[in-house]
Design a protein around this ligand. Sequence first.
Ligand SMILES: NC(=O)c1ccc[n+]([C@@H]2O[C@H](COP(=O)([O-])OP(=O)(O)OC[C@H]3O[C@@H](n4cnc5c(N)ncnc54)[C@H](OP(=O)(O)O)[C@@H]3O)[C@@H](O)[C@H]2O)c1
Length: 332
Amino acid sequence: MTDLPARMTAIGISTPGGPEVLRPEERPVPTPGPGEILVKVAAAGVNRPDVVQRKGFYPPPPGASDIPGLEICGTVVARGPEATRFALGDRVMALVSGGGYAQYCVAHESHALAVPANLSDAEAAAVPETLFTVWHNVFERGGLKAGETLLVHGGSSGIGTMAIQLAKAFGAKVIVTAGSDDKCAACVTLGADTAVNYRTADFVAATKAATGGTGVEVILDMVGGDYIDRNYEAAAVDGRIVQIAFQGSSKATVDFRRIMLKRLHHTGSTLRSRSVADKAAIVAAAGAAVLPLLAAGRVRPVMDTSVPLADAAAAHARMESSAHIGKIVLLV
Ligand SMILES: NC(=O)c1ccc[n+]([C@@H]2O[C@H](COP(=O)([O-])OP(=O)(O)OC[C@H]3O[C@@H](n4cnc5c(N)ncnc54)[C@H](OP(=O)(O)O)[C@@H]3O)[C@@H](O)[C@H]2O)c1
């Protein structure tokens, strides 16, 4: 244990509401429990679920910090009992179930990875939530294989930009939807084979055209609503549709006959509420497969903006404007 302060600055949610409810507060520095490390945070990623939490619709799971922030990069400054994986001073990037918007944050050691030397603090903080979400949903649940085609809704999002890169790195074709021509162009630059501006074109027709009429094997959907029925149309026989959010609606009228006729699988998951062991398994598998690609520069988080921790409200306002392409990060 190095000399640590008792108190720290963190960003609290003063009351559910707009970005302005995010305010710097003084909090006790957390103490790592069994198997946990205390990280002096250098940078924290901003994710759409943080925005939903700030609005009061995504409470932290039992036992998690009420401070927002699901991913961090920083230096290990203390270890709890039985935490042996990292040494003091190691640079790590970690998935956390809350508490990232702070000077210090506790992470389970099995949810952390060593940071490749070529990544900046901001880049490393942008990796965990997107990498583990994409790895689990596209590859483990969706079973994407080389030669198949992945359709990613929200291709220019933090999640989408990681999904494009990973799918291409593992030999798949990628079709994305995004809400502007600029966003579509950014996705193509990143490696997407086809980008559909969903405001001006029908993604089902575009998907069929891009796949010779057969449809796509895997769909990563964060929209829901009327996309659900249209995803069933856009999917290939034996297609897998993986739901990670409902930015449109979680309710829909759907013609389910396609599930039988095309033998579709529709699944989904949410990372934050998973058990320590489940997350550890995802982190280990994603780390083994993707850390070499990150270290070689073949996969690199797409960075939109980095702002100081005290400007968390501005970071949320930018995310809600949907003007961003890639990741928004807080520098601590
Ligand atoms: N299940 C999980 O474990 C998990 C974990 C992390 C994140 N998520 C979810 O994944 C999503 C992305 O997260 P993020 O942090 O990467 O957020 P983000 O960067 O803010 O991405 C949200 C994206 O949704 C796009 N979008 C909204 N409506 C759309 C539509 N009708 N069609 C296509 N795209 C649409 C927006 O792009 P346009 O401007 O182009 O519309 C934007 O790029 C969020 O919904 C988040 O809640 C789920």
